[in-house]
Write a protein that binds this ligand. Structure first.
Ligand code: NAD
Length: 416
């Protein structure tokens, strides 16, 4: 098995967790290894200089036994069909972990958005919606932001879908700007959910959060916000990284200062009062908590051997390969798995969708209280299940999710 094929890794995670599922469910697990539908589209785009380029996009609908398909759209030059398949499978698991009534899907376009103008990006996004229009919809499949897509991208998706359907359709997509019926609290939701889960874990272990040192790889929506929230909790952020640079300061980095620097210089590279280190060195730092918040496969078996942190909070999707998981387990390092750790994002997406459909809008306090309750419950279920079954938290989270999806599948009679 290749360590870098995210879909192979997702299948291995299902197989590793199947031992925790009941015997009668085991034969149904096979269904979860196959996405229900794969859509591939070509999107022609007239560039600002008059030339024509054709981009490839995907939408993979993994499973809808528990509700409409749900999952983000990624713009990245490294997008592959296997990556989108893996991300769609993880979405099905994630929605089941937090027990919200959604299935799983994911989308992606092979593009380097940094090389497109704003006008080109808008037309590429609208072109994607035109191509997948028949397959998405407020109670069919609901996209959201992911790497290199944001609230603006979601506003274009909402607008294009509404134009084509001749109906105002805010519930077709989540992660919209608040001015366009987005939810308060969506921008920080992924990190906020991760924070709740980490704090619950530390509480269960009787550890004072204020004594923790933290390294964060990735300084975008997920990475910046978790660094800020944990810094606000009194933890010391000793290292941060983006795609251009990795910086370390033993006495702690102020994430808000780093963000201001990044906004001015395009990267955290050469951040004042910090030492530049090699990108892979962040994983081997002498710190308590390591947070991968960039892309898949960041921690492979070689990197895993260098990890010194005792806790890894997976804010990115699929940042640890199955081979690395084995090494981390042998080293007694706790992995708080992605399908739990970053599920705050889809949870507040669900809140946004509920608000759009009900036309009733909630305060930030309501959103944050509801998010906290869901994250604490999901953590408690998984932590207890893992202790009972003597399994890792990843296998416990997968098994719990698989049990829920299989139960819904059996009840619907798709396969009896
Ligand atoms: P983003 O585009 O806002 O940020 C990505 C960050 O990762 C950027 O700072 C980029 O420079 C950095 N990066 C990319 N390659 C890197 C590398 N090799 N080394 C170091 N840094 C690198 O994306 P995001 O929304 O923060 O998503 C990050 C991860 O979190 C992804 O795996 C995504 O699927 C996952 N996630 C995001 C959300 C969400 O709500 N945004 C929800 C769930 C999961």
């Amino acid at each position: 098995m290749s360590e870098t094929n995210a879909f192979d890794n997702a299948i291995a995670q299902i197989e590793n967790a199947s031992g925790c599922c009941s015997n009668s469910d085991k034969k149904l697990i096979e269904i979860l290894k196959f996405p229900q539908k794969i859509i591939e589209v070509s999107i022609p785009l007239r560039m600002d200089n008059g030339s024509i380029r054709v981009f490839t996009g995907f939408r993979v609908q993994h499973n809808n036994a528990r509700g409409p398909y749900k999952g983000g759209v990624r713009f990245h030059p490294g997008v592959t069909l296997d990556e989108v398949k893996a991300l769609s499978l993880w979405m099905s698991m994630k929605c089941a972990v937090v027990n919200i009534p959604y299935g799983g899907a994911k989308g992606g376009i092979i593009v380097d958005p940094k090389k497109l103008t704003g006008h080109e990006l808008e037309h590429l996004t609208r072109g994607y919606v035109d191509k997948v229009f028949d397959f998405i919809g407020p109670i069919k499949d609901v996209p959201a932001p992911d790497v290199n897509t944001n609230a603006q991208t979601m506003a274009w998706i909402m607008d294009e879908y509404s134009l084509l359907s001749r109906e105002h359709s805010p519930a077709v997509v989540t992660g919209k700007p608040v001015a366009n019926e987005g939810s308060l609290g969506r921008d920080t939701a992924t990190a906020m959910g991760g924070k709740h889960v980490l704090l619950e874990y530390l509480k269960a272990k009787g550890v004072n959060p204020k004594t923790m040192t933290v390294a964060v790889q990735g300084f975008g929506n997920a990475g910046y916000n978790i660094a800020k929230l944990l810094h606000d909790e009194g933890m010391s952020i000793v290292a941060i990284a983006d795609s251009k640079g990795t910086v370390y300061n033993e006495s702690g980095i102020d994430p808000m200062r780093a963000l201001k620097y990044k906004e001015k210089h395009g990267s955290i590279k050469n951040l004042p009062d910090s030492v530049e280190i090699k990108s892979e060195e962040i994983f081997g730092l002498d710190c308590d908590v390591l947070i991968p918040a960039a892309l898949e496969n960041a921690i492979d078996h070689k990197i895993a051997k260098t990890v010194k942190a005792k806790i890894i909070l997976e804010l990115a999707n699929g940042p640890i390969t199955p081979e690395a998981d084995i090494i981390l387990k042998e080293k007694n390092i706790t992995v708080i798995p992605d399908i739990l750790a970053n599920s705050g994002g889809v949870t507040v997406s669900y809140f946004e969708w509920v608000q759009n459909l009900s036309r009733d809008y909630w305060t930030l306090e309501t959103v944050e209280n509801k998010l906290r309750e869901i994250m604490v419950n999901a953590f408690t279920d998984i932590y207890n299940f893992a202790n009972r079954k003597k399994a890792t938290m990843r296998s416990a989270a997968f098994a719990l999710a698989m049990n829920r999806i299989i139960e819904a599948t059996k009840n619907r009679g798709i396969l009896s």
